[in-house]
Design a protein around this ligand. Sequence first.
Ligand code: PAF
Length: 283
Amino acid sequence: MKVYSKRLEISQAVANLRKTSKTIGFVPTMGALHKGHASLIDFALEQQCDSVIVSIFVNPTQFNNKEDLKHYPRTLEADLDFLKPYGDKIIVFTPDAQEVYGDEVKSKDYNFQGLDKVMEGAFRPGHFEGVGTVLSHLFTIVKPDKAFFGEKDFQQLQIIRKLVEIEAIPVEIIGAPINRNDDGLAESSRNQRLTPEYREAAPFIYKTLRQVKADFSIKSIEDLKSWVIEQFAAHELLKLEYFEIADPHTLKSAKNDQKSGDFRAFIAVFAGDVRLIDTLALT
Ligand code: PAF
């Protein structure tokens, strides 16, 4: 498994790959790799990618909260060990900020047509501009044919689709199903920071989403939202940041009397100081 940290090295490696690989996939990550990332890489290799580039870069511009950036797990050695079994099927790119951004570590301004103003975007101002900017740079450096993102960050996935449309980047964006633990908790790098007590409590998030899905055809949207708020208000450990039922394409909040079309539930919860998100298709 080759590991490169310089943009010139990875560009050269990709150019060499192009001579033999028909399709080059890309799995951008911020490290702290877990089963969810492995399933993304597996999914990429199964989706007719001959080779996959995995980047590991904790992107400063997408953190609106300095403490969150400071505490974000950085586990490069363990990440490289985790990826070793893939051997030459993958190439790892581990740049620093200078390699990705040059001298100006700064977000671009984007008009994501409102997709970035709701849910995660409302609670993390500037977050999606940071995500868009780093991916714009990474796509330019790596030049993949297909790029893979987990559906756990469903809003991010829709915004990345918009990004490649706005910047006319020739890459196919593919969403991969959420990888869950046996108890339903969605895999996330942030799970590593949960204390045993919070880890035990956290599956309540998915359990609540499942109940919303079960009740979706019999309760109004307003009642479902109130019910979720009550569940978390009564919970000793977990604090609800938001719960939303929205159209998965526009991410616009569903109206109370609207029940035909596509709907998806979105949730963000604090387990202590660890912020967890999850999502579930309701239709
Ligand atoms: O989902 C993530 O891990 C990050 O937002 C991404 C896409 C790697 C950009 O930094």
